[in-house]
Design a protein around this ligand. Structure first.
Ligand code: GTP
Ligand code: MG
Length: 267
């Protein structure tokens, strides 16, 4: 997390506070059709009772071909920087980001894996238990899109029903006409995989924060709903207060996904 970022209470930076439910990139390119936080989730957050909950830190994993822009996407979001030079990721790396949603602290580990084949077996051991699977491809390189299904299979197949995204990067490199054409294909593929589609540019920053906020909100909501369902005692615990440092490998519980097709319009 950037040291210069203004910190608020609970050590959450000002620009990591989510008060409104972030919307999908495209309403026809998502299985997550809800428009607002679930009323039960809002009630749980308003209640704000302390205590421990089984849920630890949630985990997001980025996978995809070599050089599609996974590290750049993480660096743009976590550090607001962009590097034109390519430095291949060796094995895996991760960042920890703290958020506040509806005044409740929530922490996401963002795992950045290597696209190079020779690191695949290392990266694969980190897929397990991911709450969010993000398959990244390069909007300026059709071949990276054709590998999306395979990456999703590998990564999401090792997790328990994660929230799924297909993210096209380098939007700044494609003309509007080229974008329209590849977007159509990408939306079809994302839909067939039960994933939500996004198009971003780590160079300009376009849609990067919006994408991560969306991923965080869907993960948070699913985590709280699962806690409410499994505890049976209702929303009386505080969620997301555990901290980890690099090197820790917590055994994170997988979370249930919010039923798709629901539309929570209540305020
Ligand atoms: N123009 C432009 N270039 C980008 C963008 N994102 C990444 N790049 C460039 O693409 C190259 C590869 O980016 P990385 O983020 O390192 O790719 P990666 O997917 O992490 O690659 P591996 O770690 O090898 O799997 C770098 O030269 C980046 O500067 C983008 O949004 N726009
Ligand atoms: Mg990388």
């Amino acid at each position: 997390m950037s040291a210069t970022r203004t910190m608020m209470s609970q050590n959450v930076a000002k620009d990591r506070i989510i008060t409104k439910f972030p919307q999908a990139f495209h309403p026809d390119a998502t299985p997550y059709q809800k428009m607002n936080f679930h009323p039960k989730v809002k009630a749980a957050c308003t209640d704000n009772k302390t205590g421990r909950v089984g849920l630890k830190i949630c985990k997001a994993v980025l996978v995809g071909d070599v050089s599609v822009g996974k590290t750049s996407l993480v660096n743009r979001f976590c550090h607001d920087v962009f590097d034109r030079d390519y430095k291949a990721t060796i094995g895996v790396d991760f960042e920890v980001e703290k958020f506040s949603l509806l005044n409740v602290p929530f922490t996401l580990q963002i795992w950045d894996t290597a696209g190079q084949e020779r690191f695949k077996c290392i990266a694969a051991s980190y897929y397990r238990g991911a709450n969010v699977t993000i398959v990244v491809f390069d909007l300026s390189d059709e071949s990276s899109l054709s590998n999306v299904a395979r990456w999703m299979d590998d990564a999401a197949g090792n997790s328990s029903d994660p929230i799924k995204f297909v993210v096209g990067t380098k939007k700044d490199l494609v003309s509007p006409a080229a974008f329209e054409s590849i977007e159509q294909n990408a939306v079809e593929i994302a839909n067939s995989l039960g994933a939500e589609f996004w198009a971003v540019s780590s160079k300009t920053g376009e849609n990067v924060k919006e994408f991560f906020f969306r991923a965080v909100a869907l993960t948070f909501e699913a985590a709280i709903l699962r806690e409410i369902d499994t505890s049976g005692a209702g929303p009386t615990k505080q969620i997301g207060n555990d901290l980890i440092t690099k090197g820790d490998h917590p055994n994170i519980d997988s979370i249930g996904r919010v039923e798709s097709g629901q539309d929570y319009m209540t305020s």
